[in-house]
Design a protein around this ligand. Structure first.
Ligand code: PXP
Length: 239
């Protein structure tokens, strides 16, 4: 069974809506940890739209399992990673205008650049994962560039509208996971996984880890709402 790592970016999204102190992604990470998550993921974006530098530094001091820093392959992020030292960094493509990470990283045409970039992180004793589409070329290139892990992008599978499309995307993920493992890469998967579509992915034998954010944070906001309302009513003392 794969391990679960929880992405807490959306707790920070909610906090940034008021630019206040709550909810705190650091507190969310502690709760995810207590619930049995085996890793915490945050994406420090260039525009700092959700996770802030302060969050990353505090998470480094509090996450006891595995801190996975998702980031674009820029000089700024490399410097921050080498200072903060997460156990692992996941390199993702990043566009300012996107709502969330849209596609996998283009590795095949940037092997020289990424080999150097990954090498520096590994010299700092940080493992490196590349977030890639389920595509043979990108997986083989990830191995060549020196990655330790690939995280197979499950977004197209998750967004498929018909059973046929979903089955086709699922097969691609299975093949990508097999190829990656056969090359000696460790395999994670994530993006768009939720309570409806996660099971088949969780049963792919080569997949060691699932990285899930939006669906867990969304569900938490609903399953926690009733209790939150009851607590406020009790405080007001009207009932
Ligand atoms: N993996 C990567 C590389 C991502 O960019 C994201 C989104 O931040 C996730 C996993 C989690 O995706 P979701 O929030 O859809 O579960």
């Amino acid at each position: 069974m794969p391990r679960l790592s929880v992405n807490v970016d959306h707790i920070a999204t909610l906090r940034q809506a008021r630019r206040g102190m709550e909810p705190d992604p650091v507190a969310a990470a502690v709760l995810a940890d207590l619930a049995g998550a085996e890793g915490i993921i945050v994406h420090l974006r260039e525009d700092r739209r959700h996770i802030q530098d302060r969050d990353l530094r505090l998470l480094r001091q509090t996450v006891q399992t595995k801190l996975n820093l998702e980031m674009a392959a820029t000089d700024e992020m490399q410097r921050i990673a080498l200072e903060v030292k997460p156990e692992i960094t996941t390199l993702v493509p990043e566009k300012r205008e996107e709502l969330t990470t849209e596609g996998g990283l283009e590795v095949a045409s940037r092997i020289a650049f990424l080999t150097d970039y990954i090498g520096r992180l590994k010299q700092g004793h940080i493992s490196v994962s590349l977030f890639v589409d389920p595509d043979d070329q990108q997986i083989a290139a990830s191995k060549k560039a020196g990655a330790d892990w690939v995280e197979v992008h499950t977004g197209t599978y998750a967004n498929a509208r018909t059973d046929r499309d979903r089955a086709r995307e699922f097969d691609k993920i299975v093949e990508a996971a097999k190829l990656a493992a056969s090359l000696g890469l460790r395999v994670g998967a994530g993006h768009g996984l939720n309570y409806v579509n996660v099971k088949p992915i969780a049963r792919i034998p080569e997949v060691e880890e699932l990285n899930i954010g939006h669906s867990i944070i969304s569900r938490a906001s609903l399953v926690g709402l009733e209790r939150a309302v009851r607590e406020m009513i009790a405080l007001i003392g009207t009932k």
